[in-house]
Design a protein around this ligand. Structure first.
Ligand code: PMV
Length: 366
């Protein structure tokens, strides 16, 4: 319940309080997609994803005590070393909206610096990595100020706060696979925050996700507009039921190492997401001809060679190519020879399942 994450009151007369924290947090790729929300950023269906390794955001928050409490958060924000007014006002609004979760926010002057490991306009959504990195920093400051032990609850709170910034960000505070949203799989899964998926067969260790950038252009319909269009989508309820069912199936396949059926569900999910967009009112298409060329080539290559290689898509035209470590040689050769030619200027990010967010010291930043 959200009440669990109301922050402790902060005493201005308490000692300290200047400091700096920094976290590196990864992007993640959803295999069961979150599409449709309600209330304060709550999902209509549970989602399952894994965290990446090379696509990440690093965020550093410097804080110092103010002389007295004010009504709003005081913030200076730098993105990739430069002042960015648009981002600054968005983050300031977000910080004001979570001040009950972090009462200390109104007692501190904050300077936040953030940078991504991938180019800003690469067509790779940065909201999951950036909001999770910020949420981890803020939760860390709270735990530091109140001398609390960083246990499982620490990550639940960071995930909860990240979710308020961007739903998919809730899943970036863990390594490997995780689930966000209630499911009949187990009671521990929650709509308010993500939880790791524990039972993973070794065949999925180091699972690859090579991101093929078909277009780096800004999407014609944003994710938040897409979530809103689910409200009147005639297939919405069927979709939510389907996602719930598929998540349970996929979790079982991940536990048992059944990679072929796993891949089948992953692809069906990606195409269901895009089918929902095509069936919205107004309808829209985010895939490009090159996305379909890549999809067709992946299926043909798999059929002719038996290589376990699959695709998924986010809410955009770029294709994520998923394959296990044991197929990496033939999969990578195929991608280089056959697929990169469909990317915009050959752009791609070779990525894989990662070890989750990391607390960093200033000197280790990119
Ligand atoms: O977190 P948002 O609001 O940007 O929505 C993300 C939606 C998808 O990327 C399409 C699916 C998902 O679960 O990440």
């Amino acid at each position: 319940m959200s009440d669990n994450f109301i922050g402790k009151p902060f005493q201005l007369d308490s000692e300290v309080k200047n400091g700096v924290v920094a976290w590196r947090s990864p992007s993640n790729i959803a295999l069961i997609k979150y599409w449709g929300k309600h209330g304060r950023q709550l999902p209509r269906n549970p989602s399952l994803s894994f965290s990446l390794s090379n696509a990440y955001t690093e965020t550093q928050v410097q804080y110092s005590t103010r002389e007295k409490t004010r009504d709003t958060v005081s913030l200076e924000f730098l993105f990739e070393g430069k002042k960015n007014d648009a981002f600054e006002s968005r983050i300031q609004k977000f910080l004001n909206s979570i001040s009950t979760n972090f009462p200390f926010l109104k007692n501190l002057d904050l300077k936040i610096e953030s940078q991504n490991s991938f180019p800003h306009s690469s067509g790779i959504a940065s909201s999951a990595s950036s909001m999770s990195a910020l949420a981890l920093c803020l939760t860390d400051i709270e735990y530091e100020l109140h001398g609390m032990e960083r246990n499982e609850e620490f990550f639940h709170k960071a995930s909860y706060v990240a979710r308020l910034g961007s739903g998919s960000a809730s899943r970036s505070v863990y390594k490997d696979f995780c689930v966000w949203g209630t499911t009949s799989l187990e009671d521990k899964y929650d709509d308010e925050y993500a939880v790791p998926l524990d039972k993973v067969h070794p065949v999925f260790e180091g699972l690859h996700d090579d991101i093929l950038i078909v277009s780096a252009k800004e999407k014609s319909v944003s994710s938040s507009a897409g979530h809103d269009l689910m409200i009147d989508n005639p297939y919405a309820e069927t979709r939510y039921a389907q996602a719930r069912e598929k998540l349970i199936k996929l979790a079982g396949l991940i536990e048992n190492g059944e990679i072929k059926v796993f891949g089948k569900i992953v692809e069906e999910e990606a195409l269901s997401l895009h089918a929902l967009m095509m069936c919205s009112d107004p309808s829209y298409v985010l895939m490009e001809p090159a996305s379909l060329e890549i999809i067709n080539k992946i299926r043909a290559f798999r059929d002719s060679t038996g290589t376990p290689i699959f695709f998924t898509l986010d809410a955009g035209p770029n294709v994520h190519v998923i394959y296990p470590e044991r197929a990496s040689q033939e999969a990578r050769a195929f991608i280089v020879e056959e697929l990169l030619q469909h990317c915009e200027d050959g752009r791609h990010i070779f990525d894989k399942m990662g070890s989750g967010p990391q607390k960093i010291s200033y000197s280790n930043k990119i």
